[in-house]
Design a protein. Structure first.
Length: 65
């Protein structure tokens, strides 16, 4: 990946986090002073959405000997 692409990807991720944090702020009544919490929650939600899904009730595959 080129430097330009990685910068672009980071900016895109930052923008998505900003938008999600703003949505959380609106949903929670526009109270000031919770910006870090909203940012971290948005980051966490986006990371969870991007992570590979593990079907419920199943543990990750393991090699049995």
């Amino acid at each position: 990946m080129s430097t330009i692409e990685s910068v672009s990807d980071r900016e895109s991720l930052k923008r998505r986090i900003e938008m999600r944090a703003y949505d959380i702020w609106l949903h929670e009544g526009c109270q000031h002073g919770h910006d870090l919490g909203h940012w971290l929650k948005a980051e966490s939600e986006l990371a969870a959405a991007a992570a590979p899904e593990n079907t419920e009730g199943q543990s990750p595959s393991r090699d049995k000997k």
